[in-house]
Design a protein around this ligand. Structure first.
Ligand SMILES: *[C@@H]1O[C@H](CO)[C@@H](O)[C@H](O)[C@H]1NC(C)=O
Ligand SMILES: *[C@@H]1O[C@H](CO)[C@@H](O)[C@H](O)[C@H]1NC(C)=O
Ligand SMILES: *[C@@H]1O[C@H](CO)[C@@H](O)[C@H](O)[C@H]1NC(C)=O
Ligand SMILES: *[C@@H]1O[C@H](CO)[C@@H](O)[C@H](O)[C@H]1NC(C)=O
Ligand SMILES: *[C@@H]1O[C@H](CO)[C@@H](O)[C@H](O)[C@H]1NC(C)=O
Ligand SMILES: *[C@@H]1O[C@H](CO)[C@@H](O)[C@H](O)[C@H]1NC(C)=O
Length: 377
């Protein structure tokens, strides 16, 4: 499908963005209908050293797509809407050192996509190019199969990455510059950067780190002479960040933008420098600062009041709904009490003062009457 003419067509298409509409470039055939441009193979000089083919619609890169310019060292395929990279797509470019694939939508990356005999590749840039997490899985496989042992620079910025599987960069033993800027990374684990012992620069700017756990700190510490960038992350300056703040002050790892790390949470510390924040500021002595305790106590009283009020209202409502039944119930109790009281009173009178033995129940009824006005409910 993708014969050796194809890339040249692409180059022409690029050249044509402005010019071709008016006139067909030399050595090319242009046809009106789908605005197709076909160029003779001589259109790309075989000794070209940099190929810049950008801004086209190239959904698929097929095997050996670039067979002409053997000595090319740079291939820039940015902004081409590339969806799929087939196996051995670049394998005829035996001198290729830089492969730039920024701003594409890679859904499928063949495991042998980056296989080039002799593994000459030194730079691979995939900025804003991975379509979703499946593409990352594909990429990891392709990095492993590609045996990119000479790769020095990998750019995966702007790919919405949330999670990096352990050992993801291990197939790149000589990697020196790793750019993970503008992703959504939240944590570094033991093993995230295992196997990349030569790393000189690690850019984690603009991710979603709220803090870096002890485990993550140990992992970074292991990288030794790396130059770290950690800015523009939404750091939470709570007690848990204590370890991280101390580490920033004491670590042998160089954090280049250490003075540009700011708290995002809590609101009272927003914009404060993470490094300058003292243990007290992080609220670590006595666990929680006093105002916060007071506030939460007040909050819980208010809440308790509301709950009790609500329960009370429900109770009154139930009472109201059952007023007939309650009235009946109270009447019954009253009757029962009266019988009992009468009995007792009578016996008491009899026992204590035989002379009053004649007191009738009517008297007792009168004495107790005020207590049972509820009867009129
Ligand atoms: C590629 O480079 C090699 C060695 O530098 C040279 O012999 C050869 O002619 C070059 N090929 C082209 C097509 O320029
Ligand atoms: C690759 O092409 C893009 C788009 O034209 C351009 O912005 C970028 O600078 C190029 N990069 C290289 C290394 O040529
Ligand atoms: C990624 O996108 C492809 C194509 O739309 C889809 O088949 C695949 O399931 C998606 N993977 C994930 C993890 O969402
Ligand atoms: C960050 O990445 C997104 C895609 O994930 C992109 O749209 C956006 O332009 C990037 N922002 C910067 C500042 O690079
Ligand atoms: C990290 O993982 C390695 C190997 O999996 C293990 O030997 C080491 O103990 C772990 N380190 C920590 C701090 O968990
Ligand atoms: C870090 O060092 C700065 C001064 O260099 C100091 O003001 C700050 O309190 C220290 N922070 C911690 C958490 O030790």
């Amino acid at each position: 499908m993708f014969d050796s003419m194809m890339p040249l067509t692409l180059v022409c298409a690029m050249l044509c963005v402005s010019a071709c509409v008016a006139s067909c470039p030399p050595r090319c055939e242009c046809s009106d209908a789908p605005r197709t441009v076909r160029c003779a193979s001589a259109a790309i000089p075989r000794d070209a050293s940099s190929l810049i083919i950008t801004g086209n619609a190239i959904p698929r890169l097929d095997p050996s797509a670039f067979s002409g310019p053997q000595n090319a060292t740079l291939l820039n395929l940015s902004d081409n809407g590339i969806i799929e990279i087939g196996s051995h797509a670049f394998s005829s470019l035996l001198a290729l050192r830089s492969l730039i694939l920024n701003n594409n939508q890679l859904v499928l990356i063949h495991p042998e996509a980056f296989s080039v005999p002799g593994s000459p590749l030194q730079e691979l840039s995939l900025r804003s190019s991975l379509y979703n997490y499946s593409s990352l899985t594909d990429l990891i496989t392709a990095l492993r199969w590609g045996e990119l042992t000479n790769l020095l620079r990998l750019d995966l910025s702007g790919n919405r990455l949330v999670l990096l599987p352990p050992g993801v960069f291990a197939p790149l033993p000589n990697l020196q510059h790793l750019h993970l800027r503008n992703n959504s990374l939240v944590a570094i684990y033991n093993g995230t950067f295992s196997g990349v012992e030569q790393l000189l620069e690690l850019d984690l700017t603009g991710n979603a780190f709220r803090t870096i756990s002890d485990e993550g700190l140990r992992e970074l510490e292991r990288l030794g002479r790396v130059r770290l960038l950690l800015g523009q992350n939404p750091y939470a300056c709570t007690c848990e960040a204590q370890e991280f703040a101390n580490w920033l002050n004491s670590s042998k790892v160089r954090v280049d933008d250490v003075d540009g790390l700011y708290c995002e949470f809590p609101a009272s510390l927003r914009g404060a420098s993470l490094r300058g924040i003292s243990a007290q500021g992080l609220g670590c002595y006595g666990n929680v600062p006093e105002e916060i305790t007071d506030l939460s106590l007040q909050t819980s009283y208010v809440f308790l009041g509301l709950v009790l009020g609500f329960v009370g209202m429900v109770f009154l409502f139930v009472v109201y709904l059952n007023r007939k039944g309650i009235k009946k119930w109270i009447t019954e109790i009253y009757e029962a009490c009266r019988d009992v009281l009468e009995g007792y009173h009578y016996r008491y009178e009899i026992d204590s003062d035989p002379r009053l033995g004649h007191v009738s129940t009517a008297t007792i009824n009168q004495t107790l009457a005020p207590w049972f006005t509820l009867r009129s409910l």
